[in-house]
Design a protein around this ligand. Structure first.
Ligand SMILES: Nc1ncnc2c1ncn2[C@@H]1O[C@H](COP(=O)(O)OP(=O)(O)OP(=O)(O)O)[C@@H](O)[C@H]1O
Ligand SMILES: [Mg+2]
Length: 276
């Protein structure tokens, strides 16, 4: 039981004179309960990968399967929820409540309204205030969170989020990160991000794309042990992590790399104490 990309390849406009190769032989497995972070520079193929994993696009080569069936098959319906990079593009209903409850209603949930309200609360939006609003009047950060609530409300076994924290303030980011952590308890979660600092600490695996191909794939400890391929893909580890890795390179006895500034400071101070 997993969401699997095997030799996944996609070319936009394949067979036409304006074809654009976007993904080339990507392998990836996401099990339920796992959090996989997909990083990569602009145009590296991250959103294309999510569209294929969600069955919005069909591969031009290789396969994308969810629990053994192609993601584009009718029986895959409801198994993968995708939050697009541009959340406004997803809205269609007159109210936030109608929009967020569309998925659960369509999938036959018992009380779609209750599921939708719960999903709104999960992303830190007050259901009473937001349910009656028009989705087209929301601020950018509110719109992103409503789009995420719409995906969470589907209670799909796999949830894909394309840049879920882009444009959010600190409180919004924390609400979204908390809902990702909660989702991961029951679903396989894939998060696409330019800036993986916030999600890296919690990730089971990281893949970095460069020009549509996998430049790095591994666990976070593997990434910290050898990040040349990752940085070769045009990415950079979070500054707080780099500071500790640089200290290690200079011989500091850092026992454990931390992702939070406060903890990182404690680790560096301890290492300094051990040296003197
Ligand atoms: N609808 C489309 N038609 C033609 N080419 C496309 C289309 N969508 C994406 N591409 C191209 O495919 C490649 C991968 O695009 P994709 O959107 O997957 O990148 P990305 O990694 O998500 O980038 P970003 O970080 O900017 O969101 C790019 O070269 C892009 O120009
Ligand atoms: Mg994208």
């Amino acid at each position: 039981m997993a969401l699997i990309a095997d030799g996944l390849t996609y070319t936009y406009g394949a067979g036409t004179s304006f074809s654009v190769p976007a993904l080339d032989g990507v392998r990836l497995t996401v099990g339920r309960g796992e959090l996989v972070v997909v990083a990569g520079t602009t145009g590296s193929g991250k959103s294309t990968l999510l569209r294929l994993l969600a069955g919005v696009l069909a591969p031009t080569g290789g396969s994308a399967t969810v629990d053994g069936v192609p993601t584009t098959a009718p029986s895959a319906r409801g198994r993968v929820a995708l939050v697009f990079q541009n959340p406004e593009a997803q809205f269609f209903a007159e109210t936030v409540l109608a929009d967020v409850s569309f998925g659960p209603r369509n999938l036959g949930a018992g009380d779609p309204g209750a599921v939708a309200r719960e999903a709104l609360a999960q992303v830190g939006l007050d259901p009473e205030a937001f349910a009656p609003r028009s989705p087209f009047t929301l601020s950018g950060g509110e719109a992103r969170r409503v789009a995420i609530a719409g995906a969470l409300a589907m209670r799909a076994p796999y949830v894909l989020l394309d840049e879920p924290t882009a444009g959010l303030d600190r409180a919004g980011r924390q609400a979204v990160l908390a809902s990702i952590a909660a989702e991961r308890e029951r679903a396989g979660v894939v998060v696409v991000t330019h800036d993986p600092a916030e999600v890296l600490a919690a990730a089971d695996r990281v893949i970095a794309l460069a020009r549509g191909a996998v430049a790095f794939a591994g666990t976070v400890p593997e990434l910290l042990a050898g990040y040349a391929a990752y940085e070769g893909a045009g990415l950079r580890l979070p500054d707080v992590v780099r500071a500790q890795l640089l200290a290690i390179e200079r011989g500091a006895p850092v026992k454990r790399v931390e992702f939070e500034p406060e903890r990182a400071a404690a680790v560096l101070a301890d290492a300094r104490g051990a040296e003197s």
